[in-house]
Design a protein around this ligand. Sequence first.
Ligand code: GLN
Length: 319
Amino acid sequence: FIIPDWSGFTKHIEDFYWKCKTNTEGKVASYIPQLARMNPEYWGVSVCTIDGQRFSIGDTSIPFTLQSCSKPLTYAIALDRLGPEVVHQYVGQEPSGRNFNELVLDYGKKPHNPMINAGAILICSLLKTLIKPEMGLAEKFDFTMNCFKRLAGGENLGFNNAVFLSEREAADRNYALGFYMREHKCYPEKTNLQEVMDFYFQCCAMEANCETMAVMAATLANGGICPVTEEKVLKPDSVRDVLSLMHSCGMYDYSGQFAFKVGIPAKSGVSGSLLVVIPNVMGICTWSPPLDPLGNSCRGVQFCEELVHEFNFHRYDNL
Ligand code: GLN
């Protein structure tokens, strides 16, 4: 086993869990009612190692919407099918140094990276227009959901239609980003922007729980092979690129500090989820709705800090 003393390890995870539970900082996202209604007390942590050992504590079977945690997944699919040369003609690899939904492109008028809204909308246009272009929106939805499901080892993945509809209603900024990028000819030819926007909201409204998301993180930790089914879902090169950008851009405008203090690739979402990848070791998902001012889950960030305080999982711990 990659973690020989499993019960000793999970004891530590439990300790971190209880420690973070007392953290009552942050505010639940309020831009749509479905998120605003989330109980701030929810707190769950799930772990899945690359050899399939699993542990969960807290609210780990309650579903939440993936939101920005879908961004590394759609990026991974785009890379795997189109290759990095094509994908990165359209989107950069640089932290934006701004908020996740800031109306800004880089100096080449491309979105800064695939982990912020502009970049993720662009990635959706690549998935929609360049991969199996004959598929309509319904089929592309099924295709994408199926890819997410394979990353999760076939475990429960759903779709929250109320969140999808609300997202679409409350999407002025995302539409602004969508049109701004069209103005600058960011999309591949033949892109239908309305379809791309719907597709983006649908990806955000996919639903899973901590247990499922920990398997997805573990698939990334394992170079693209799902540890539960042993299916090869992604190429290792695609996973390498995804993890690189999760490392530098995954935590919104906290990414630089997170890379410094925690040194692990991670991606947060506005529903309070945090996808954490410890390469060649394990995947972790934490979920707790209250967010700090930059949009990251307060308990999730604290959990990661506790984790690297105890274990040498920081990228540069083993020098
Ligand atoms: N649905 C959200 C949005 O587009 C996702 C962003 C996030 O999770 N931070 O604004």
